[in-house]
Design a binder for this molecule. Structure first.
Ligand code: PXG
Length: 455
């Protein structure tokens, strides 16, 4: 194994490298974790320490690490055609083939796709696309897009504006005009005395209230993640999406499913839209599209919305240099073929998912855990001081950080969202590896619990 000088790498990192969403002072005081290799569900740092990656990278490495076929197709594609664009009436084979397979694996209303490089630029595409759609339909006043508080749709101006993260808006100039936010279906914290089913309908009805307040003739689209990921794995009650769907249909509003996390098997189905029977008009995808092996995103366009490309003499004035990048497309194509041909999603759902749920949900017995919830290969633990009152530890996020750090010490990567601990492992995780993950979470909870009690 190659050896690294961790101290030197950390010093260089501190000197030159600006990280996303990072408190640099804190990171450099502790020393950045420098990841140097990965295989299957494990990653390795520069000191040779092994971690089970309970976050699949950043919610993306669905097929797991170490699939050398993906490296091979990248090499072959780079040698043959490393770059060409798809502007000005040109195309290339990887983009054409990827578009075809995406039409096959996505819900039946989708036959067209627009490529980008990430989920964020995909949602910028969405904003422009749905507004353009209504312009073509001679309803240009329909420009408002309704999203939800605590949603995450990316970090570009449009993505962060669609997102409902107050800290991101606080930087200024956000949200951009004509973006509105409604309630989220967060039952544990906001359900009050309602049953989950009552609350699901109630939360969805804040969409109808907002439409009435704005006037339906102003509303272009609603956008939502089938399950909010970065917001803390908010699994909606089963009554939520049918009510959202009913409202969108009633007011003729486009439904946009942000499948950046939920897509490509995360929920146990190919798409979150399949899991919740959402009939989306537009779908944003990234992450699992290439399992993170290449940066690529895509926006699926339904037959209804396809008039934006089907009108003669009209042009959707939008595109990126790397829209449909041949290497990224070739790698994504092979990734989707592997998911399909090896039946990775179906095997994960049929052989591991229920076992994972049983094990993970049993963590609810721990004194620190107010609620454990899971759907597909996503899960969250709400950490509380008092299970009965749901009271948090004094400093918001303290329990999450304590537990996340204990996990890392124990060789497990988990993400803390405030006081929720998140898991999102590669879909190839085995039952044995589930045991290992849940055991490590259990001992990390014990350690976090004793350190928090001692404060
Ligand atoms: N939509 C959703 C639902 C996402 O989760 C994006 C869009 C933006 O994708 P890109 O590829 O531009 O990052 C995301 C990304 C976190 C975290 O801390 C989550 C994301 C990205 C970075 C961090 O949980 N999700």
């Amino acid at each position: 194994m190659e050896s690294y000088n961790t101290a030197e790498l950390r010093a260089l990192d501190a000197k030159h490298h600006v990280h996303p969403f990072t408190d640099h002072h804190d990171m450099h005081r502790r020393g950045a974790r420098i990841i140097t290799g990965a295989d299957n569900v494990y990653i390795y740092d520069s000191d040779g320490k092994k971690y089970l990656d309970g976050m699949a990278g950043l919610w993306c490495v669905n097929i797991g690490y170490g699939r050398t076929e993906l490296a091979e197709v990248a090499k072959i594609q780079m040698e043959q055609l490393p770059y060409y664009n798809s502007f000005f009436q040109s195309a290339h084979v990887p983009a054409i083939e990827l578009a075809e397979i995406l039409a096959e694996v996505t819900p039946p209303q989708f036959k067209r796709v627009f490529f980008g490089c990430s989920g964020s630029d995909g949602n910028d595409t969405v904003v422009r696309l749905v507004r353009y759609y209504w312009q073509l339909n001679e309803q240009p006043r329909r420009s408002v897009i309704i999203s939800r508080k605590n949603a995450y749709h990316g970090s570009t101006m449009a993505g962060a504006s669609l997102g409902g993260m107050q800290a991101m808006h606080a930087i200024g100039g956000m949200p951009i005009p004509d973006i509105e936010h409604i309630e989220q279906p967060y039952y544990y914290r906001e359900g009050g005395d309602m049953t989950p089913e009552e609350f699901g309908v109630h939360a969805a009805q804040s969409l109808e209230q907002k439409i009435i307040e704005l006037g339906a003739d102003r509303v272009a689209a609603f956008i939502g993640e089938p399950i909010q990921g970065a917001g803390g794995v908010i699994v909606p009650p089963e009554s939520y999406w049918p009510e959202i769907q009913r409202i969108c249909k009633k007011y003729d509003i486009l439904m946009v499913a942000d499948e950046v996390i939920c897509g490509f098997g995360r929920t146990g189905e190919w798409f979150g839209s399949d899991a919740y029977h959402i009939e989306a008009d537009v779908m944003t995808m990234a992450k699992g599209l290439s399992s993170g092996y290449q940066p690529i995103g895509a926006v699926m366009i339904s037959d209804r919305v396809a008039e934006i490309v089907d009108q003669e003499g009209k042009e959707f004035t939008h595109g990126y240099t790397y829209s449909g990048h041949p290497v990224a497309c070739a790698v994504a194509l092979r990734n989707v073929q592997i998911l399909r041909d090896e039946r990775i999603i179906e095997n994960a759902r049929d052989n591991v998912m229920n076992y994972l749920h049983r094990k993970f949900l049993s963590l609810a017995d721990h004194p620190l855990v107010g609620e454990a919830r899971a759907k597909g290969f996503l899960g969250a633990l709400e950490l509380v001081k008092d299970k009965g009152t749901k009271e948090r530890f004094d400093e918001d996020g303290a329990a999450g950080v304590a537990c996340r750090d204990a996990c890392a010490d124990n060789g497990l990567i988990m993400r803390a969202v405030g006081d929720a601990m998140i898991m999102c492992p590669p879909l190839i995780i085995s039952r044995l590896q589930v045991d290992e993950m849940v055991e490590k979470i259990g001992s990390s909870l014990d350690q976090a619990y004793s350190s928090l009690k001692g404060r």
